[in-house]
Design a protein. Structure first.
Length: 266
């Protein structure tokens, strides 16, 4: 098993730099926000955080490729860093503290690139989560001050807590009926959104979550943290990993039922 500790340490350094940049502009009255061609917002803080991370990587890992939400892909090779500088930009620009920087390292292998390191840092919540392949998943303030994460053992859907982002995407994809049936079958639903439900699955405080439309940078870090905590992370088609353009995450015990509901009548 390769040792990813140096890469994990670097990911924390990258997250520290991004946290400083994003918190400095959070709730700033003069924050500049633009609309991208896909009609989603991007702030000056998104761009600044990604530029900072890319600069650090250029110095520390010049041979590695980088894929980021704001500036695309740069470089080639078997190792690729995948960056979402602010996951939850709509929250960020409205002053809602639920946003995070997502940093993943992916390596080429069978079935394409797979995440081997992931860090999710949410400074406005005072939380950070991370994982490395084969090393488990953790949450805490630093590598030396952390608690190991473990998914829940809830095995009955009627006892499960299900988290999601919104209804509109499910409706647009024709999956709304199955989604609503799932919400009726579980014990509790909450629309936390973005990175947070996946981290709660990893912590064991939520049992299921899913989103109908995502990009690789939305999922890569989340995927390894969930799986290293003992859970399952797949596309809605059941294929493991963050490549499906959508995501379903669970404690593993309820994954087949989760996919069954979200794919029924689709």
């Amino acid at each position: 098993m390769p040792d990813y500790l140096d890469d994990l340490r670097l990911a924390h350094v990258l997250a520290d730099a991004a946290d400083a940049a994003t918190t400095d502009r959070f709730k700033a009255l003069d924050l500049k926000v633009e609309t991208k061609p896909d009609m989603t917002p991007v702030s000056e803080a998104d761009k600044a955080a990604e530029e900072l991370i890319r600069g650090h990587l250029q110095r520390a890992r010049p041979r590695d490729a980088v894929l980021g939400e704001e500036y695309g892909v740069e470089g080639t090779g078997p190792r690729r860093w995948v960056i979402d500088p602010i996951d939850g930009t709509k929250n960020y620009v409205r002053g809602v503290p639920v946003w995070a920087t997502l940093i993943a390292l992916m390596e080429a292998g069978e079935g394409g690139y797979q995440p081997v390191v992931g860090v999710v840092s949410a400074p406005a919540l005072g939380r950070r989560w991370w994982a490395a392949k084969g090393g488990g998943a953790f949450s805490g303030r630093s590598l030396s001050s952390a608690s190991r994460l473990q998914v829940s053992r809830v095995s009955t859907l009627s006892d499960a807590s299900f988290a999601y982002s919104s209804l509109s995407g499910w409706e647009e994809q024709g999956r709304l009926d199955g989604f609503l049936d799932l919400t009726r079958a579980v014990w509790r639903t909450r629309a936390y959104g973005d990175f947070w439900p996946y981290m709660m699955v990893a912590e064991g405080s939520v049992d299921l979550c899913a989103e109908p439309e995502l990009s690789l940078w939305d999922m890569a870090a989340n995927a390894i943290i969930v799986t290293e905590a003992g859970g399952s992370f797949t596309g809605l088609d059941g294929r493991p990993g963050p490549h499906g353009g959508n995501a379903a995450a669970s404690n593993g015990l309820l994954h087949d039922e989760l996919l069954g509901y979200l794919n029924q009548r689709y």
